[in-house]
Design a protein around this ligand. Structure first.
Ligand code: HEM
Length: 538
């Protein structure tokens, strides 16, 4: 009992009841405000999404946020209020208004979860543009030509590995044991990005010792994906309390980053001429002052960030292409034939116009990236003071707006049968003269709705590098070996099926976990060396 000013005694239970009652009144008033007077009150959306940001966090936790957003657009239309302060739009025009070059938005506050100094989270537009120019130099055309040799070395090691039979010995007729390609592609892309940025790697392709790093990377993107959806979890301390089974990954990532930087700096000490992206950032000069453009911390955090941004992203696009080609015989035949007739040896497969001219390969990758985009969650932006127009709707300043690439890529008004892998939709149909304009328009509309790397000033920093890695890897792989989906239960891993829940029931469709980046299980693929080629050419 407490005696207050000698007038009244108050029990602990009484205080608890009063506090709980005040809490209930506060939450009820907040919900009523959000449902009636809030500027987004007029927009449709799921009831729980309108009143609490935990709704989005819940779906991000289970990795189905991209599907839930898709379901909401189907139910409510183009505009969906997906969180109290967050409105989603699904149209090419809306996408350009939010992300395009003329946008009047900044990155939403949720991007603080990527850590201080990380380019992906910068809100100040001018400061971001200045930094991006510098960071992009690491992936410019000139830099890409420098990286090509390192990338090809890793790709060739990967191809060799794919033809090895580990575990249980050879399968009949020369086919390898089933390989889990989301894992193997992540080993490759992690080795590649480490080599390009730091000159050293964990050699995940050849050694199992550090392969746990892929679990760390996936868990970090899961954690970040949840934190992005709700301000209630945007501090790492809170995430550590409420999501301890994921939060460990942030510390683990720091350890891995320090580890790779330590080995990199050892190499640099032994050979000061070591040339890589890290060195380029250290030596970058400010164009106005001629002084170093980046501080030590800036270089460290952004180089480490490239490990996350540049590993499972490219890997899932690669694995998705293998998934769909292994299930679509016609597309498979066209791509394989194109690669094997265009190049007479794998060594001929290099960056340049010949590879870029492989229209079927490009279409196969496009269609896989359309169906399985790498960034499947709402990419939230905050409107600037004064507000802006988003597809004709005025949105006041200080609110979140966004879109999901997944829904834009599955709009049935643009992509006929959006859940079907149809590589040919990307191929010019070579129509009669009278229809040339219509065909041009068809491709233009598809392209406007196809934004795997996003658009405008915050689009992917290393889009050309990622495409180079994807095309080189797949072309060299397809030249050297045949492949097929594994048989039995393994062959079904990662695929939709009855009873898997809304949006996950279509057989033949690759299912992804909608973390901050997409996370895949499988596909399991068997490989077999081309019979007509001498072993020397392998
Ligand atoms: C197929 C592969 C890839 C895809 C589809 C992809 C896609 C994207 C998308 C959609 C964004 C925008 C994210 C947002 O708005 O929050 C982004 C940003 C970014 N990406 Fe990629 N990415 C890929 C590979 C890479 C690679 C290989 C790297 C680095 C080597 C990289 C580095 C970055 C960085 C640093 C940003 C932030 C840019 C900024 O804020 O200005 N990405 N990427």
């Amino acid at each position: 009992m407490l005696q207050i000013a000698g007038i009244q005694s108050v029990s602990a239970a009484g205080i608890a009841t009063a506090t709980a009652a005040a809490g209930v009144v506060y939450i009820a008033s907040l919900w009523i405000y959000r449902l009636t007077l809030h500027p987004y009150a007029k927009y449709p959306g799921p009831f729980l999404g309108k009143v609490t940001s935990l709704y989005g966090a819940y779906h991000a936790f289970f990795g189905n946020i991209h599907l839930d957003v898709e379901r909401c657009h189907q139910q409510y239309g183009k505009f969906v209020r997906y969180s109290p302060n967050g409105l989603l739009v699904n149209s090419a025009r809306g996408y350009q208004d939010i992300y395009g070059p003329m946008n009047k938005v900044t990155k939403a506050n949720s991007y603080i979860v990527h850590g201080e100094g990380n380019i992906i989270g910068m809100q100040d537009k001018k400061a971001h543009a200045k930094k991006k120019k510098i960071f992009q130099q690491g992936f410019s055309d000139v830099a890409l030509r420098k990286h090509e040799g390192k990338v090809l070395g890793e790709i060739d090691a990967f191809c060799k590995k794919m033809l090895e039979n580990e575990a249980t010995g050879e399968q009949p007729e020369g086919w390898t044991e089933p390989r889990n390609m989301s894992l193997w592609c992540t080993y490759l892309t992690t080795d590649v990005i480490c080599k390009v940025v730091f000159t050293t790697s964990w050699d995940l392709l050849n050694s199992a010792a550090n392969r746990a790093v892929t679990k760390t990377l996936a868990t970090v993107t899961h954690l970040i994906g949840i934190m992005h959806q709700t301000p209630l979890l945007q501090r790492h301390t809170r995430a550590a309390i409420f999501l301890p089974h994921l939060a460990w990954a942030a510390t683990s990532l720091q350890k891995y980053s320090k580890d790779i930087m330590r080995s990199s700096s050892k190499i640099r000490k032994e050979d000061p001429s070591t040339d890589d992206v890290f060195r380029l950032y250290v030596e970058a000069k400010d164009a106005d002052t001629g002084k170093p453009a980046l501080g030590r911390f800036d270089v460290m955090i952004n180089s480490a960030n490239l490990l996350i941004a540049g590993s499972d992203t490219t890997a899932s696009s690669m694995a998705a292409t293998l998934f769909y080609l292994s299930r679509n015989a016609d597309a498979y035949a066209k791509v394989i034939d194109e690669i094997r007739t265009t190049f007479s040896s794998p060594d001929e497969i290099r960056m340049g116009p010949t590879l870029n001219g492989c229209v079927y390969l490009r279409a196969a990758v496009n269609e896989a990236m359309r169906m399985c985009p790498v960034a499947p969650q709402p990419l939230w932006r905050r409107t600037e003071a004064g507000g802006c127009l988003v597809d004709g709707e005025y949105i006041p300043g200080g609110l979140n707006v966004g879109a999901t690439i997944f829904s834009l890529h599955h709009d049935p008004a643009v992509f006929e049968e959006p859940y079907t892998y149809d590589m040919d939709r990307w191929i010019n149909r070579g129509v009669e003269d009278a229809d040339v304009a219509a065909e041009k328009e068809r491709i233009k509309v598809l392209t406007a709705n196809f934004v795997p790397f996003s658009a405008g000033p915050r689009q992917c920093l290393a889009k050309n590098f990622a495409m180079m890695e994807l095309l080189l890897t797949l072309a060299r792989l397809f030249w050297r070996m045949d492949f097929r989906k594994s048989s039995g239960a393994l062959g079904k891993v990662g695929e939709g099926g009855k009873g898997l829940g809304w949006g996950r029931e279509r057989e033949g469709e690759l299912q992804l976990k909608g973390y901050f980046t997409s996370h895949l299980s499988g596909p399991f693929i068997d490989f077999k060396a081309r019979e007509t080629v001498s072993t020397a050419a392998q």
